[in-house]
Design a binder for this molecule. Structure first.
Ligand code: XMP
Length: 472
C-alpha cells in the first residue's frame, strides 16, 4: 500500500513574493463565508460551549467576522442566544418588547430584568399601539401597583412613522422632534417595529461590522444530525439565524448527507455549512447534498484527541488543500477549522485554499467567552473544553444512562485569560495584512492563487522561532 505524506502548518512556510504592496492598509481582508454571506475578516468563533454564546458572537460580528452559537443546550436557550445577537444592533427592531396597559409597575420591573430593556411599547391585544413607557415615566413613581396606562406617554402625544420609512427619514424625524424612540406602525396603527437613537448611533459607529440587509449583526448556530435537529433548525430559523452549521465530528457520513437534504428540502433558502471533513470526496458529497460551504478539520484542534482515540485524521494543511481542490470546482467556500495557534497559521490556511478559519482555543480565554474563569497560582485563566471531552459528555442530560459508552475524543484545559476578544482579533488581522504584503496579495483570493509553500525541517522550524536568547 502506498502511504502518502500529509503536512500541517508547522511543516511549511510561505515563500516571500516580489510585492507591489506599499502599505498593510492596501490589502482587503474580506472573504466569503458561503456563497451568500461575506465577512470583512476571515475569522469565525467555534461552536463550543466554552467559546461562543451571544456575547462572543456579538463581538465577532462587530469586528467583521461571525460567531456560531453552540448547541449544547436546549433548543429554546440556543434560539434565545441567536435572538440576543440579532437584537444587539439593528436599525429596525422587528419585534419590540411590549407591555399591556393594565400591567402594574411591579410587572414592568420584572420585564425590565427579564429582557434587560428599559423601555416598552404599550399595546392592546391586537398589537395596536397605545403608548410608550420609558424610564422617564417610571423613575419617580413609588406606587408599585400603579398601572401602565396611567404612567405611559399616550398615543396622541407620540411621534410615529409608517413602517416603510427610510433610515435617513427616520433619523431626520427623530432629530427634528428630539426623540430617542420611533415606533413604526401600519395604517391600522398596529406595531410593525421600533427605531431607537441608540441603534442608529451604534450602526453609524460600526461600519466594519458583519450585518444582514436589515442592519442587524449576523450570527450562525450549530445543529446536530440526529433526533431533534429539524426542530432545532426550525427554532433557529424563526430566531432569524443567518447560517446553520452542521456540528458533527465525522461529516462524511450518510447521517450528515441525509440531514443536509432534509433541511434544504424543507427550507431551500437556508444557508448550511457542512462538516467536519478532511478529504476531497467528502467535500464533493456534501456539496452535492446541498451545502453552501464546507468545514475542514478532523482532529487538529487544541483540545481534540480524536486522532489519538480513533487513529483517524488528516494533518490540517493537506486536508485543506484536498478539500479546496474539490470545492473550487463548485465555487463553494472552504472553512479551516481547528489547529490555528498563531496568526501565521491563519495565513497558511488561507494560502492553502481556505476562505476563512474557525478558532476555538485562541478565543476561549477572552472576556466574551462563556468559559468558567478561574485563578490558579495567582494567575487568571478560563476553562476550555472539547465538545467530546469527558466533562462535556457528563454535562449532557442522558449522561448517567450512557456512562459506560463515553469514550472521550477531547480534553478540558485551562487557557490564560486574554482580555477582550478584539485584542486577539487585532493581532490576527495585523498578521494577515502583513502576510498578504509578503505574498503580494491584495485580496484573500489572490493569497490563495499567489501562494508558494516550502516544506521545512526541524532545524528550519527552530530557526523560525526566537532563539539563542531569553525571551522577556
Ligand atoms: P482550536 O484548535 O481552534 O479547534 O481550539 C477548535 C475546533 O476543535 C474541534 N473540536 C473538537 N475536536 N474533539 C475533537 O476531536 C473535541 O472534543 C472537540 N471539540 C471541538 C471543533 O471543530 C472546533 O471548532
Amino acid at each position: 500500500m502506498e502511504i502518502k505524506t500529509a503536512l500541517t502548518y508547522d511543516d511549511v512556510l510561505l515563500v516571500p513574493q516580489k510585492s507591489d504592496i506599499v502599505s498593510r492598509q492596501d490589502v482587503n481582508t474580506s472573504t466569503q463565508l458561503n456563497k451568500k454571506i461575506s465577512l470583512k475578516i476571515p475569522i469565525i468563533s467555534a461552536n463550543m460551549d466554552t467559546v461562543t454564546e451571544a456575547d462572543m458572537a456579538t463581538a465577532m460580528s462587530l469586528a467583521g467576522g461571525i460567531g456560531i452559537i453552540h448547541r449544547f443546550c436546549d433548543i429554546a436557550t440556543q434560539a434565545k442566544e441567536v435572538a440576543k445577537v440579532k437584537r444587539k444592533q439593528n436599525i429596525v427592531i422587528d419585534n419590540p418588547f411590549y407591555v399591556s396597559p393594565t400591567s402594574t409597575l411591579t410587572d414592568v420591573k420584572e420585564k425590565i430584568k427579564e429582557y434587560n430593556c428599559k423601555s416598552f411599547l404599550v399595546t392592546d391585544n391586537s398589537q395596536k399601539l397605545l403608548g410608550i413607557l420609558t424610564p422617564r415615566d417610571v423613575t419617580f413613581i413609588k406606587n408599585e401597583n400603579a398601572l401602565v396606562k396611567d404612567l405611559m406617554t399616550p398615543q396622541d402625544k407620540l411621534i410615529t412613522a409608517h413602517h416603510d420609512i427610510s433610515p435617513e427619514n427616520a433619523k431626520k424625524l427623530m432629530r427634528e422632534n428630539r426623540i430617542e424612540k420611533l415606533p413604526l406602525v401600519d395604517h391600522e396603527f398596529k406595531i410593525k417595529g421600533l427605531i431607537t437613537a441608540k441603534d442608529i448611533i451604534k450602526n453609524y459607529n460600526n461600519i466594519g461590522a458583519s450585518k444582514d440587509n436589515k442592519g442587524r449583526l449576523i450570527v450562525g448556530a450549530a445543529i446536530g444530525v440526529r433526533s431533534d435537529y429539524m426542530e432545532r433548525a426550525e427554532a433557529l430559523i424563526k430566531a432569524d439565524v443567518d447560517v446553520l452549521v452542521l456540528d458533527i465530528a465525522h461529516g462524511h457520513s450518510s447521517n450528515a448527507v441525509n440531514a443536509i437534504k432534509a433541511i434544504k428540502n424543507k427550507w431551500p433558502d437556508v444557508e448550511i455549512i457542512g462538516g467536519n471533513i478532511a478529504t476531497g470526496q467528502a467535500a464533493t458529497d456534501l456539496i452535492k447534498a446541498g451545502v453552501d460551504a464546507v468545514k475542514v478539520g478532523v482532529g487538529p484542534g487544541s483540545i481534540c484527541t480524536t486522532r489519538i482515540t480513533t487513529g483517524f485524521g488528516v494533518p490540517q494543511l493537506t486536508a485543506i488543500m484536498n478539500v479546496y481542490q474539490a470545492a473550487k470546482k463548485y465555487h463553494v467556500p472552504v472553512i479551516a477549522d481547528g489547529g490555528v495557534k498563531q496568526p501565521g497559521d491563519m495565513v497558511k490556511a488561507l494560502g492553502a485554499g481556505a476562505d476563512s478559519i474557525m478558532m476555538g482555543g485562541q478565543l476561549s480565554g477572552t472576556k466574551e467567552s462563556p468559559g468558567l474563569p478561574i485563578t490558579y497560582h495567582g494567575r487568571q485563566y478560563k476553562i476550555s473544553r472539547g465538545m467530546a471531552s469527558l466533562t462535556a459528555a457528563l454535562a449532557r442530560p442522558d449522561a448517567k444512562e450512557k456512562l459506560k459508552e463515553i469514550t472521550p475524543e477531547g480534553v478540558e484545559a485551562r487557557v490564560p485569560y486574554r482580555g477582550p476578544v478584539e485584542n486577539i482579533l487585532g493581532q490576527y488581522i495585523g498578521g494577515l495584512r502583513s502576510g498578504m504584503s509578503y505574498g503580494n496579495a491584495r485580496t484573500v483570493e489572490e493569497l490563495k492563487n499567489n501562494t508558494k509553500f516550502i516544506r521545512i525541517t526541524n532545524a528550519g522550524s527552530r530557526e523560525s522561532h526566537s532563539h539563542d536568547n531569553e525571551v522577556l
